[in-house]
Write a protein of this length. Structure first.
Length: 262
């Protein structure tokens, strides 16, 4: 079975993240493997951010959006990750909307610089993409393809925030994890006030993350629901993001068979 990049390919994850957010466990076949388990929060974050892909990887899947009093909506999505240099790479998420239009999000990620976002859209009848540059931070706290994933979620922006704090060690999803808290230096209202992440000891991937506002109300939860190790490589199969404000959730299901280029 061929290898894939996890967290939605830097979702891809969150991350999450799996996200987390992350897009967020990355396939170790295209990342440098760590030599020891870092303990300091800043060191943990630097390890995750420094894993630059060394080859192009493509995959596809579907985003399933479930919201109260509405029919479930399925959004086919294609992922692509390609290295640019020793300290930068691009992630592309291209979704086909139910009405036939398309939305493409390109994220340029850097080890020591903020993300760059380029959003492109076109209707079913259009042949040319309409492109817009999106600034990181508050401007990136918007939905991708009408799902519960924000641009900043897919870009794992919280890993670049100034305040990184180690909280504790804890088991999550049957895996030993380190729990860290990320907080931005400043915010104006739409961005998260803090993000708590569970980072797997072995893979340094984020298996779960929770975001909160300034009143300590949980806004979103990102959870990796299905992943496995195949031939020494962690592979993400399914992850969900829950929006506690709208009672909506979006599940990402990834095909494990992908095309890989050296």
């Amino acid at each position: 079975m061929k290898n894939i990049n996890n967290l939605a390919l830097r979702l891809c994850l969150l991350g999450l993240l799996s996200v987390l957010f992350s897009v967020t466990v990355h396939a170790q076949s295209i990342m440098e493997r760590k030599k020891e388990i870092p303990k300091d929060a800043q060191e943990i974050v630097e390890i995750i951010r420094s894993r630059v892909p060394v080859k192009k990887i493509e995959s596809q899947g579907v985003l399933k959006v479930r919201a109260p009093k509405t029919k479930m909506r399925s959004v086919p999505v294609r992922f692509e990750v390609r290295p640019l240099s020793e300290d930068s790479w691009e992630s592309v998420y291209e979704a086909t909307m139910p009405e036939g239009g398309q939305e493409r999000l390109l994220i340029r990620s850097y080890i020591n610089r903020p993300n760059e976002y380029v959003l492109s859209r076109k209707s079913e009848k259009e042949t040319e993409w309409k492109m817009n540059n999106i600034q990181p931070g508050e401007e990136s706290a918007v939905s991708f393809a009408g799902t519960d994933f924000w641009f900043c979620d897919l870009g794992l922006e919280f890993l670049g925030w100034s305040d990184q704090l180690f909280l504790k060690r804890e088991m999550r999803k049957g895996r030993p994890c380190r729990v860290i808290q990320s907080a931005p230096e400043a915010r104006t209202g739409t961005m998260y006030a803090r993000v708590v992440s569970w980072v797997d000891n072995e893979s340094d991937g984020i298996v779960m993350a929770q975001s909160y506002n300034e009143f300590n109300k949980r806004l979103k939860e990102f959870e990796v629901q299905s992943f496995k190790k195949v031939e020494g490589v962690w592979q993400l199969k399914k992850m969900t993001i829950y929006d506690n404000l709208t009672d909506s959730r979006t599940t990402l299901e990834i095909d494990l068979e992908v095309d890989e280029e050296n």
